[in-house]
Every structure is written in C-alpha cells, then in structure tokens.
Design a protein around this ligand. Structure first.
Ligand SMILES: [Ca+2]
Ligand SMILES: [Ca+2]
Ligand SMILES: [Ca+2]
Length: 381
C-alpha cells in the first residue's frame, strides 16, 4: 500500500502519471496489459512488419500535459531528470520532471521561452562538473532561423534555481554530454552555405560558459564546431544529422545521424582539438536511423535508439562493432511499455531507461502519436 501514497500525494499532475510498481499495482497493470494485448492482437498482426524482440516493461504512463518525453540525465543524488519538450502537442508547455524510483514528479515547470518562438523546447540534458544542469533546445520545429539554445539550470541544495541561456544561435541543439570541463553538443541542423544537409558536434568549456552568453555564428564554421557531418537523405525525407552523443572508455566521442543512421567515431588530440572522424563499419545489421544513445564505459557497448525501426540496438565496440537488437516492437501505442518510437536511453546500473518519443516521420514503424504517453525500462542481464 505504501507505494500508492506518492501517487495520491502527487495530486493533479500525477493523476495521469502512473508508475508501474512491484506491488499489487503491477499485478493490475499486467492484467490490463494482457487484455489489451488480446484485443489488439489481430490489428497488430496486420500492420506488424518487424520482429518482436525483447521485453521492454512499462515504467510510467504520462498524462496529455506530458505528451513527448525525451532527454534523460542522471542527477548527483541518483534521481533521473527527464525533459518533456511536448513536441507532439506543444500547446502544452514543456517542462523537466524528476524520477525517483517509481515516482515521477515535476522538477522545473517554468522553463524560459525563447523570445521569438514563445516556446521552451528541452531535449537532452546533463549535470556539469559545477553541479548545475544543462539542457539543449530544439526550436527547429518552431523556427528554422537558428533559435535553439543551450540552457543552464542553477542548482542549489538539489533544487533548481534560475534558468539562463549560456549559448544561443543553434539550429537544432539536440544531445549534450560533459567530459571533464567540456560540454559537447550536437546540432542536427548545422547547415553551411554550401551544405544544407549539415550537422555538427560543438564544444564549449565550462570557463567560457561562466563568462556570459556565447553567441554562435550561424552559416560559418564557428570556432566552437568540433566536427561536421552530411546527411544522405533517404525516403523518409529527413535531413537531421548528428543526434545522440556519448564517449567510450578511451574518451572517443560517438554520434549517430537521425536521417541516415550513420554512426561516427570522433577522436581528440590531447589538447581537445579534432584528431580524426571516421564512419563506423557495423557488423550484423544495418541501422537506418540513430536517435539518443548511451555508452556503457565498463563494456564499451553503445545502446542506441533506432527510432525509425522502433528498436533499441546494441553496438559492441570491443567486438568489431557487432550489432544486436535488444528490443523491437511493431507499430504500438506504447501500452504495457512496448516500444513506441524510442528517442533516448539512460543506463543506471543494469536498468536501461527509455523515453518513448512517439512522434513519427514518414516510413517509420511507429505510425502515429497516440495515448498512452510512456516511459519503458529494460533490465539487462
Ligand atoms: Ca538541413
Ligand atoms: Ca503512445
Ligand atoms: Ca505510437
């Protein structure tokens, strides 16, 4: 019974945000799921063109005010921070939420809107070495005119304080990762005059971010650009490039392209400048689309969201970049935790947390944004 209290105490917000717990609640959830599966089995069989692999489970169902979960960050206290950009229905304001075990609660609900788009659009996020939280913005859906930003949430005693702009002038800031005192940010739409299929990894030092807002210079090789990429546009028509971002046990960065699924390794010189960027040659399976990713630096395995094929793939960097599919579902609504276009993953211990973005592009396995809005988990062996 005790596990029900957070739900009840959560009041209005949590009315629609139900954790799947280990108690009687879960038994009820399982029963419900069984019924739904039976009811939809015929429909699924008709539209399913991909294999069902693995067994992702439901972590949370979110209400309509939190319709598009995305970025995940591990906080110093072991909680997770989830960004909710609400891109599927952005009449609902974006926010950040906090996950503590099986409880989901508001973290920051007053995100500063970009002055011209009048929207906040938080994507990936990460705590810096200064203890503050940084999040990238995707304003690209609101404006193609380089309105996206990198924002800083000042933290005090574990609580969010003032939120300020530390970098502006991105086109589509997407993933962030801190490595030492440097934050790396992907811009999935960093186009240059001679390349309208461009994207980039940018880098900023903590020292620079404490000196006032950095203004990027669009349409030139801004000095913060570490590496650039070009998307080969396929039948999806999507030209978004560099998306998920993390680094391996040796400090090499990896990013993947949303539009064409290419995975890149970017190695650095001791002074932090670019040494080399290379296209990863994969074995076992081609990946057509890469969204969020995380690297387990104890094994150097990449866990990545294959958004287009509604799957979580594992790329083993110590074993010839062999690809295996950890989980995959057909076109679902997310009921019971089945994958519903995964966008971001976070590994904490052996538990892989998954945000089901559920906002499809053309030719994606996921056919439509739908209720329920969900988070899934997979417990690794
Ligand atoms: Ca473009
Ligand atoms: Ca859904
Ligand atoms: Ca769906």
């Amino acid at each position: 019974m005790r596990k029900l209290f957070p739900l009840l105490l959560g009041g209005t917000l949590l009315a629609g945000c139900q954790p799947a717990t280990d108690s009687k609640t879960q038994n009820d959830a399982v029963k419900k799921e069984a019924v739904v599966t039976t009811d939809s089995a015929t429909t699924v069989a008709k539209t399913d063109t991909v294999a069902t692999i693995g067994n992702p489970r439901l972590l949370f169902t979110l209400d309509d005010a939190h319709n598009t979960p995305d970025g995940l960050a591990l906080a110093p206290n072991g909680h997770l921070i989830l960004s909710v950009p609400n891109l599927a229905d952005n009449t609902q304001p974006a926010s950040l939420m906090e996950i503590d075990g099986t409880t989901l609660k508001p973290f920051a609900t007053n995100l500063p809107v970009e002055p011209t788009t009048k929207k906040a659009a938080p994507m990936d996020l990460a705590f810096g070495p200064d203890g503050n939280l940084y999040y990238a913005e995707n304003q690209y859906e609101n404006s193609k005119d380089f309105k996206s930003r990198l924002m800083k949430v000042a933290m005090k005693n574990g609580k969010p304080g003032a939120i300020t702009t530390v970098v502006d002038g991105f086109a589509l800031a997407n993933a962030v990762v801190w490595k030492g005192n440097t934050i790396y940010v992907t811009d999935s739409q960093w186009d240059l005059p001679d390349n309208d299929k461009g994207s980039a990894i940018m880098k900023f030092s903590l020292a620079e971010l404490t000196k006032g807002t950095v203004h990027l210079k669009p349409k030139i090789m801004d000095p913060h650009v570490l590496a650039t990429f070009t998307t080969t546009v396929n039948e999806t028509g999507v030209d978004n490039g560099a998306d998920g971002l993390d680094y391996d046990s040796k400090g090499n960065l990896y990013t993947g392209s949303f539009g064409d699924g290419k995975l890149y390794k970017v190695s650095l010189k001791p002074d932090g400048t670019l040494a080399k960027q290379e296209l990863l040659q994969l074995q076992g399976k081609a990946i057509p689309c890469v969204d969020g990713l995380i690297i387990d630096r104890t094994t150097d395995k990449i866990y990545l969201c294959n958004s287009r094929e509604n799957a979580i793939e594992v790329v083993d960097l110590r074993n010839g970049n062999a690809v295996t599919t950890l989980a995959q579902n057909g076109d679902t609504d997310g009921t019971g935790g089945k994958l519903d276009q995964p966008a971001e993953v976070l590994l904490k211990g052996k538990r892989l947390y998954i945000s089901d973005f559920d906002k499809p592009e053309k030719h994606f396995v996921n056919a439509k944004s739908d209720v329920p809005h969900t988070m899934s988990v997979i417990d690794l062996p």
